[in-house]
Design a protein around this ligand. Structure first.
Ligand code: HEM
Length: 160
């Protein structure tokens, strides 16, 4: 589509079932955008591409539904205040993605200490998050970028 300024912008939700088509469409769009002198498309902050605060709220809810159905991890949350967890998760993702929030929860090492989380559980929870991002139609590039930001937390969450 074209904006009022005449710059092409991406429409990430089309071609969802065809990643290769989406990729080719993105390349064509990027070339057209560069040729027309508009480069802001690639600079949209991750927070915006995640849908802003309402997008992160929807993501957190989809994630909690996936978690509740995940037999590998669900028991880990037996003693957890889920409303507080949800709020802290939204703030953490908001802050990490460049949004206007401040995460005020515990450090990842503190929050996961004593839970003795296994690598299998970590992978399962990441899979839940990936499914949740697909559930709420977050564009593929933004999904990968967010996962890349969470990956370094692996060592602070498992085994403690
Ligand atoms: C990149 C991976 C992870 C991230 C970003 C993450 C994020 C968070 C956040 C933000 C909190 C809230 C901390 C607070 O309220 O102070 C939390 C708590 C918690 N996380 Fe994670 N977490 C990750 C991995 C995991 C895994 C793999 C499990 C278990 C399978 C897990 C289980 C829990 C539980 C049970 C709590 C609540 C602890 C409590 O109630 O005291 N987390 N996590």
């Amino acid at each position: 589509m074209n904006t009022a300024s005449g710059c092409a912008v991406s429409e990430p939700r089309s071609h969802r079932a065809f990643p290769a088509a989406a990729f080719l469409a993105s390349v064509a769009l990027a070339v057209a955008t560069i040729l027309s002198g508009c480069t802001s498309m690639t600079n949209e902050p991750l927070f915006e591409r995640l849908g802003g605060e309402s997008g992160l709220e929807a993501l957190a809810d989809a994630f909690l539904i996936r978690l509740a159905e995940d037999e590998v991890v669900v028991a880990t949350f037996d003693d957890t205040d889920i409303d507080q967890f949800r709020g802290h998760l939204i703030d953490q993702l908001c802050e990490l993605s460049g949004g206007p929030c401040t995460y005020e929860g515990r450090t990842m090492a503190e929050a996961h200490s004593g839970l003795n989380i296994s690598p299998k559980q970590f992978n399962s929870l990441v899979e839940d998050l990936m499914q949740a991002m697909a559930d709420v139609d977050i564009p593929l590039g933004a999904r990968n970028e967010l996962l890349g930001m969470l990956a370094p937390m692996y060592h602070d969450t498992i085994g403690g």
